[in-house]
Design a protein around this ligand. Structure first.
Ligand code: NAD
Ligand code: DAU
Length: 332
């Protein structure tokens, strides 16, 4: 099996590459990534060149994508602009990569008759009230709030249309908030850990009551592999690990873990259009494909993540100042 992983130098893509490298030793992995500010080749260093190669290219580049797709059996499409705050400040790269880039991937898999798994997000469903008993399922209507989530929703729609109109062999997964190693310091958990490591206070948007449904990135990878190997073409699977926590609770857990007073954080301006709550019902993936998450102890997973950032300051320090400068510019 030869797989092409788009966005494999980013957070979730690189964790997926390591997961597959370990779990499927007879597979060959090619990563295609144009190394934006969020991509880092160091994330996928040290892999055996007999089993791994890397192509630096933009997924919007039809020629490069066509060549790479021609040489693989299946494409797992992670590449995206992924940060909501950036999308509010500068939406165009999101429209370009998430919509046009996905279009180019779809055309290439159509031309060459290859299998595609498209990685999406729970944010396409909009948000839930804090007391809503319902969770997102694959039948929840799309209702995205931000430029980021609306471009991901658009990319999902393209995939569905290419399956129905052109018979493209594709599946889609919509996962909840990931955490774990190699996550860019712009994102919530790494930002707070590295703020504490730099001697500053964590920064909570608004009142901190917004809820995210946390999943360890290893569990996202195992869910994607289950869908790739056993999923039904044309189906959408939601990946989640019943990890709902509000942002204030998570900041308090980080502070406690790092030996600080749990109230030692500050409130900053809220994100415009900030989604209140995400929650995933992953029963379809569990019952139909036999998947279940392994990292169900969030406190332990968070402690391991804190340790990773403590031990890998050489990885995150080069991104930190520029990230905080960007936040300063937008007042968060
Ligand atoms: P990330 O921002 O860490 O990584 C994105 C990667 O894509 C980077 O390596 C970047 O260089 C690459 N990339 C961006 N634009 C590209 C382009 N035009 N051509 C080639 N490569 C390009 O993102 P992430 O958090 O790892 O998310 C990966 C995927 O998972 C995205 O599709 C995202 O929507 C989805 N997702 C993320 C989460 C989460 O919690 N982070 C949850 C659910 C789904
Ligand atoms: O739900 C899946 C999505 O999760 C993915 O599709 C996105 O790619 C990923 O970035 C993530 O989106 P969020 O907007 O939920 O993640 P973020 O890490 O930006 O923020 C998580 C929560 O924490 C959110 O409620 C905003 C809040 N927050 C964020 C930052 C950076 C803070 O309170 N303070 C912060 O400094």
């Amino acid at each position: 099996m030869k797989i092409l992983v788009t966005g494999g130098a980013g957070f979730i893509g690189s964790n997926f590459v390591h997961y597959i490298y370990r779990e499927r030793p007879d597979w060959h992995i090619t990563v295609i990534d144009n190394l934006t500010y969020a991509g880092n080749k160091a994330n996928i260093e040290g892999l055996d060149p007999k089993r791994f190669d890397f192509i630096k290219a933009d997924i919007c580049d039809a020629d490069a994508i066509n060549k790479a797709v021609k040489n693989c059996d299946a494409v797992i499409h992670f590449a995206a602009e992924s940060h909501n705050d950036n999308s509010l400040h500068s939406p165009w790269p999101f429209v370009n990569t998430n919509i046009i880039g996905t279009y180019q991937i779809l055309e290439a898999v159509r031309n060459h008759g290859k299998r595609l798994h498209h990685i999406s997000t729970d944010e396409v469903y909009g948000d839930l009230e804090l007391d809503d008993p319902a969770k997102f399922t694959d039948r929840t209507p799309y209702n995205p709030s931000s430029p980021y989530s609306s471009t991901k929703a658009a990319s999902d729609m393209l995939v569905r249309a290419w399956v129905r109109s052109f018979g493209v062999q594709a599946t889609i997964s919509n996962c909840s908030n990931n955490y774990g190693p190699y996550q860019h310091v712009e994102k919530f958990i790494p930002r707070q850990i590295t703020e504490v490591l730099e001697g500053r206070k964590p920064k909570l948007y608004g009142n901190g009551e917004n809820v995210r449904d946390w999943i360890h990135t290893e569990d996202h990878s195992s869910g994607v592999l289950a869908i790739l190997e056993k999923g039904k073409i044309g189906e959408t699977y939601l990946i989640g690990a019943d990890g709902e926590k509000n942002n204030k609770e998570v900041v308090e857990m980080i502070l406690e873990n790092m030996g600080k007073d749990s109230s030692d954080y500050e409130h900053v301006n809220d994100r415009p259009g900030h989604d209140m709550r995400y929650a995933i019902d992953s029963s379809k993936l569990r019952s139909e494909l036999g998947w279940s998450p392994k990292y169900t102890d969030f406190k332990q997973g968070l402690a391991d993540t804190v340790t990773w950032y403590q031990e890998n300051s050489g990885w995150w320090k080069p991104q930190k100042q520029a990230t905080e400068d960007k936040y300063k510019e937008i007042g968060r």
